[in-house]
Design a protein around this ligand. Structure first.
Ligand code: DGJ
Length: 732
């Protein structure tokens, strides 16, 4: 297992518990990709590579007249521009002499224990006592001396390979990098389906699946964040693959800024995938001796269908991405003031809300937007992080004290990356925001984006946060970000550096979050960007949970959370019970269903408890108790999607949590569409032991695992549209 280099054949074997990844250095020094898939110990897959003389697919000079050797057809480990491969490239640059070529020839490699660390960015880390190995392969452009270093860390137990790349300018001249992907992966065949998760504000990560046809399919974000519109997680799978069967490859970029994902089926029916920072407005000059490092990609393979792949990512991101103690520590059940009060808040009404939320089982009160400066609306005051003493005469500390005295913790909303034009901060430092001299910049929610590529701006934000956290007993921060980037120009940099600003912004953000979360480990950080506009593995490295969407409608949330679950664990999904009619859709859904849906996430409330009836509050208390009792199953168990909301017909959505030992499970069902006299539906369960007997609480039955797996349970027909039910199963 781990990494092995077979000297004689010049083959690299990267082996995990279930998978093998293989590359070979062929005679002329090109690094070819031979295999990635189910584990096959000791096999040399280079025999799969066939060569033909193919018209208009040229041959490198080093092929010396061999017309069958063409980089346009061969499976390459990392394709580059100007090397007679006309497919998607992973590397594009301009050399000192203005030429565009890079032809990477194997120079050497090193294998070491421990994980590769992408410079200035988050990456995967081994758990305590987990052994991981890394490999760095150097490919050198013989003409210029520029080196490309391909980096791999093998997480054997997790069945994951982390990949990244670094470009080292060992030429004598300045070069300009215009594209450097984190990963490129060639497949010898086609016939794959591509699954991507796209959406819009308040309707994020809708799952789309399509057969990958000829040409290149490109996805990504150029908004400066990973975005609501696209998500840096993709799946390539065998055409017939479903939740339980079939080969599935996952590509998860650990990065929160612009990204590009390309999947291409080429003229010879082969497939290539590349993923990394988007080349849009990207250009990075490297002087002689300098280097540039990409973010990392977590690459995973499962032959056990989409569920198998999701489980790999769930376990990985619950254990190997973040240092936050909250990955293991119990998370609070919170109530957030946003949908309860919006900007209309004051000390007494907040304390009253907190008091009323106590019997609902809430143990953290979160004060959302509206508490600072002249923030009575969303058109002002971002940047003026001083408490508004008209609204909160006792300050944050006074409010926190009173909330704490109730036995509740206190949390706060901030949006530190932004500045309102109407703010003291903007008047003092207009040059601190991204803006182009001589042009009036675009507005988004009336606000401008601070130039996080500047160290003094990063330091300012760190100071603000330190001050706030020191001033009051705050144990939770909701870190929001409410617009896409435009006018991406830094006043602090020359014109040749403007193509670096998008990426420097993200690295600036990572520096802030790294220092802040390191200094305040007792604080739980929840990410947010107008809901789920920055729901990615990069942010998860610092924020163990991310507000999944500004859409709190339980029925819409079923789809949003369904899509999110393919690449991210349930413990990462911020989900709250809100009031009805729902503020975003006007829909009315029973409280129980809102609760069950929020239980497929971190669970909390986003409503004004003073406006609930006693009965509703009691029901909330029961929901919280249920969540508390199923907490371990939800946060640490295996999650199964039992239905697909994009398939016609059944009228309900169902999902299940099962503990790793398969002794206990929780099945949730929500009726999404009801017709009279409809068919009796059955729900086949998963993640159970065939030969065990389970008590199905709710149905008052004891049934064998094999019956539950093969035949399932009847979906109760008496349920009305939007009604829901949970069944708790325990092994007897
Ligand atoms: C957008 C967030 O997603 C909401 O939950 C809320 O915090 C608002 N911002 C506040 O402005």
């Amino acid at each position: 297992m781990g990494i092995f280099y077979e000297e004689g054949k010049r083959i690299f074997y990267l082996t995990t518990k279930q998978t093998l990844y293989q590359m070979v250095v062929e005679e002329k020094g090109y690094l070819l990709h031979t295999y990635y898939g189910e584990r096959a110990d000791g096999e040399d897959f280079s025999y799969l590579i066939t060569r033909y003389d193919r018209g208009f697919s040229g041959n490198p000079n080093s092929a010396e007249g061999d017309r069958t050797f063409s980089l346009d057809a061969l499976p390459q480990e990392f394709p580059s521009l100007g090397a007679a491969d006309y497919r998607t490239t992973g590397l594009e640059l301009t050399n000192g002499d203005g030429s565009f070529a890079f032809e990477g020839i194997y120079e050497g490699h090193k294998i070491y224990s421990g994980a590769y660390k992408p410079e200035g960015m988050p990456g995967l880390k081994p758990e305590k006592d987990e052994d991981v190995q890394s490999l760095e392969i150097t490919l050198k452009d013989v003409a210029s001396g520029v080196k490309l270093i391909l980096c791999y860390t093998v997480f054997e137990e997790k069945d994951v390979i982390m990949r990244a790349a670094r470009l080292q300018n060992d030429s004598h001249e300045t070069i300009t990098v215009t594209k450097l992907s984190s990963v490129s992966l060639d497949f010898l065949e086609s016939g794959y389906d591509l699954i991507h998760f796209d959406g819009r504000h308040a309707m994020e990560r809708e799952m789309h699946r399509e057969p990958l046809g000829f040409g290149a399919r490109q996805f990504g974000s150029v908004r400066g964040t990973s975005s609501h519109q696209s998500n840096p997680f993709f799946i390539l799978c065998q055409r017939g693959a479903d939740e339980d069967r079939g080969d599935c490859y996952g590509f998860s970029l650990i990065y929160s800024g612009n990204f590009q994902f390309t999947a291409e089926k080429d003229q010879y029916d082969q497939t290539r995938v590349t993923m990394g920072i988007h080349p849009y407005q990207f250009s990075w000059q490297l002087r002689s001796g300098e280097s540039f490092a990409t973010p990392a990609v977590a690459l995973a393979f499962s032959s056990e269908g989409l569920t198998g792949l999701s489980h790999l990512y769930h376990d990985l991101y619950r254990r190997n991405l973040s240092s936050s103690p909250f990955l293991k520590k119990r998370r609070p059940v919170l109530i957030n003031s946003w949908e309860a009060a919006y900007f209309d808040l004051d000390h007494d009404s907040l304390v009253k809300m907190a008091k009323e939320a106590l019997p609902m089982g809430v143990n953290l009160f979160v004060l959302d937007d509206g508490w600072f400066g002249r923030r009575d609306n969303d058109d002002k005051a971002l940047g003026d992080w001083e408490v508004n003493t008209k609204k909160l005469p006792k300050g944050l500390s006074g409010l926190a004290e009173e909330i704490n005295a109730l036995g509740m913790e206190f949390g706060l909303w901030v949006e530190p990356e932004m500045v309102s034009e109407d703010s003291e901060l903007y008047r003092a430092h207009p040059d601190w925001c991204l803006s182009v001299p001589g042009r009036k910049g675009a507005r988004g929610r009336f606000q401008m984006v601070l130039d996080l590529s500047r160290k003094e701006v990063q330091d300012f934000i760190l100071d603000v946060m330190d001050r706030l956290l020191a001033d009051a007993n705050i144990t939770y921060i909701k870190w929001d970000m409410n617009r896409s980037l435009t006018d991406v120009y830094s006043r602090a940099r020359g014109k040749e550096e403007q193509g670096t600003v998008f990426h420097r912004y993200v690295c600036g953000l990572y520096r802030i979050l790294e220092e802040l979360t390191g200094k305040w480990p007792q604080v739980l950080f929840e990410g947010c960007s107008g809901g789920g506009g920055r729901f990615d593995a990069g942010m998860l490295a610092y924020h163990p949970q991310i507000w999944c969407s500004d859409n709190t409608d339980a029925i819409n949330r079923l789809k949003i959370q369904y899509g999110t679950s393919f690449g991210y664990p349930i413990s990462a999904m911020g989900a709250h019970v809100s009031v009805c009619p729902n503020h975003q859709t006007g829909r009315v859904v029973p409280l129980k269903t809102r609760g069950i849906t929020a239980m497929s996430g971190t669970f909390g409330y986003e409503l004004d408890p003073t406006k609930l009836t006693e009965e509703e509050k009691k029901e909330c208390g029961e929901l919280t108790r249920k969540f508390d009792c199923y907490y371990d199953l939800i946060f640490y168990g295996d999650y199964y999607r039992l239905t697909n909301p994009y398939e016609e017909g059944e009228g309900f959505m169902a999902w299940e949590f099962a503990d790793k030992e398969k002794k206990e499970a929780l099945v949730s069902i929500v009726i999404t569409d009801k017709e009279p006299n409809d068919a009796q539906r059955y729900l086949r369960l998963k993640g159970l032991k065939r030969d065990a007997k389970y008590r199905v609480e709710g149905l008052d039955l004891i049934v064998s695992g094999q019956a539950l797996l093969k035949a399932g349970i009847p979906v109760p027909r008496e349920l009305h549209e939007y009604d829901s039910v949970q069944f708790h199963l325990t092994e007897q």
